[in-house]
Design a protein around this ligand. Structure first.
Ligand SMILES: [Zn+2]
Length: 255
């Protein structure tokens, strides 16, 4: 919508795909939507679009893709709204996450080039990358962590985070690997540690430390915390940690 990129071939039966039509109709009801990122759209409008697209995918995509891969990648239950991903495939996707992401962009850009005019294709990769999730405003997490769990110290080096020290909300496993903002992956950090850690994974001692911290956090009565922990399991971070390292991320220790 934002960049007027098309996803149907000119010689096809229809000008727009079903998903495009759903989005276009939502925009015709509220023209503001065309300039907003999807995350900024109001909850009711978001739910309505998701519901319609889910119905189309159940009808035309889930079963077709299942057949294309001979049922190897996932199985599904349409009544229960469930996809069950083959654990081997899931591990494969985690291990080659960075490579799969690049291949995906490459194939997507190539497809777009075949069906769009040259004038909308300028910096097409930038445009497609914008379609991936964005970092949210993390200040709310800073307050939760600060008040309740970390006694206002840097998670890594233990330095007191007074008013004069800039406090960072740091993604324990870097954001470039987990493109999601969840409190179980957040810690408070001083500027020095935050800068030095950069795009690296903390060492195994720090992994044990954050797992213990998460055990304490997850029972706290706070709706943001409860919401974020819905998808958490005790071995989630250690699995992510392992795969972040396999994918080539360097290990870091604050010493
Ligand atoms: Zn520090």
């Amino acid at each position: 919508m934002k960049y007027n990129l098309k996803q149907m071939r000119k010689d096809g039966k229809s000008e727009f795909s079903r998903v495009e039509r759903i989005i276009k109709s939502a925009v015709s009801d509220n023209t503001l939507l065309s300039s907003l990122g999807f995350e900024a759209v109001g909850q009711n409008e978001k739910t309505s679009v998701i519901k319609q697209i889910t119905a189309e995918c159940k009808r035309y995509v889930i079963g077709a893709l299942y057949d294309d891969f001979d049922g190897i990648i996932y199985s599904f239950d349409l009544k229960e709204d469930k996809l069950i991903i083959n654990p081997c495939i899931y591990n494969f996707m985690l291990k080659y996450k960075a490579e799969l992401e690049k291949l995906n962009y490459y194939a997507w850009a190539r497809f777009m080039e075949q069906i769009n005019d040259d004038n909308v294709l300028i910096r097409v990769i930038d445009k497609l990358e914008l379609a991936t999730p964005k970092r949210e405003d993390l200040s709310i997490y800073r307050e939760i962590l600060r008040k309740e769990f970390e006694e206002n110290t840097c998670f890594y080096c233990g330095k007191k985070l007074g008013k004069s020290v800039r406090v960072h909300v740091d993604h324990f496993i870097p954001w470039s690997f987990i493109k999601d903002d969840k409190i179980w992956n957040f810690v408070l950090s001083c500027e020095r540690c935050n800068e030095r850690k950069n795009n690296k994974v903390p060492n195994s001692d720090l992994l044990i430390k954050i797992e213990k911290r998460n055990n304490i956090i997850q029972v706290i009565d706070n709706s943001i915390v409860q919401n974020d922990f819905e998808v958490y399991s005790p071995d989630l971070l250690s699995r992510m940690w392992k795969y972040a390292k396999i994918s080539g991320m360097k290990e870091w220790s604050y010493k």
